[in-house]
Write a protein that binds this ligand. Structure first.
Ligand SMILES: [Zn+2]
Length: 273
């Protein structure tokens, strides 16, 4: 395998709809492929393909439309293996997720967060005024260049920082699940655009990740371990605005319409990278 070199945004390789989001290579019909921001296995599991997601400017987009340019090499060689391992861990639950190599889960989360921002590059902020530009400009995206640098780790490039600690932290815990009919009731998504943070509920697993917090969430683990206290699961509820968000504000524990139930055998699990 050829040695990879980082794709660094500051080097004039501006993000573009015709360049691989990960390595920056030009893409054409023969070399390009599409990367789903939310992986296909997740869209299948929760039947999200035609479900709506509301973007920063209020634009509603369907999950199936959330694709970003990605070269075949990055897609097949760099992303597929991580995706398969993360998918398998989610199928088992929190115990398997904490056993993943820490960087893999972190990078998987960063890809979703950054990927949504990248998708906004090609969506107009005002559909009635094309001259107003996209929802997210290349300049906006460049503010997230630290996350983009971290993503170079997916290409096998060592981007660790000597003596700088770890870039993010993630808390993993069991989540409430629903017995109601639609699979999407067991899915939640929340992000915060200006303080990189991402929370997901994937079936019976919830993840809360500070993508650039250098371990700020880690004390949650040590505190709970010290006290022996069990961590409460998150209450599924409507998500709020962000880079993209699900819009469901009508879910409440105990509501027979949703069939939400608390998990049995609560455990606590925390994970940091
Ligand atoms: Zn690439």
């Amino acid at each position: 395998m050829a040695v990879e070199t980082p794709y660094v945004l500051e080097q004039g390789l501006r993000p573009s709809a015709t360049r691989c989001f990960l390595c920056g290579d030009d893409i054409d019909d023969t070399t390009g492929s599409k990367e789903h921001v939310f992986p296909k296995w997740l869209l299948n599991r929760f039947d999200l393909w035609n479900e709506p997601l509301t973007l920063l400017n209020g634009t509603v987009i369907k999950y199936r439309q959330l694709v970003i340019p990605c070269c075949q090499r990055c897609n097949n060689e760099h992303l597929a293996g991580v995706e398969n391992r993360v998918q398998a861990a989610f199928a088992i639950g929190p115990s398997a997720l904490v056993e993943l190599p820490s960087a893999e889960l972190y990078l998987w989360m960063v890809k979703i967060y950054y990927g949504l921002l990248f998708r906004n590059l090609t969506l107009p902020v005002d559909q009635r005024d094309p001259a107003a530009g996209p929802i997210v400009t290349p300049e906006d995206l460049s503010r997230f260049r630290f996350l983009h640098l971290m993503l170079q780790g997916l290409r096998g490039i060592d981007v660790s920082m000597l003596h700088a600690g770890t870039p993010g932290s993630c808390v993993i815990m069991p989540a409430q699940t629903s017995t109601a009919s639609h699979a999407s009731l067991n899915w939640d998504y929340l992000d915060i655009p200006h303080v990189p943070f991402l929370a997901l509920r994937i079936g019976g697993v919830a993840l809360f990740t500070g993508l650039e917090d250098f371990g700020a969430l880690r004390p949650l683990r040590s505190r709970d371990e010290a006290s022996g206290r069990r961590a409460a699961p998150p209450a599924p509820s409507g998500s709020v605005s962000g880079t993209g968000c699900t819009v469901r504000g009508d879910r409440h524990v105990g509501d027979p319409r949703t069939g939400l139930r608390r998990p049995t055998g609560w455990i606590q699990a925390a994970h940091h990278v």
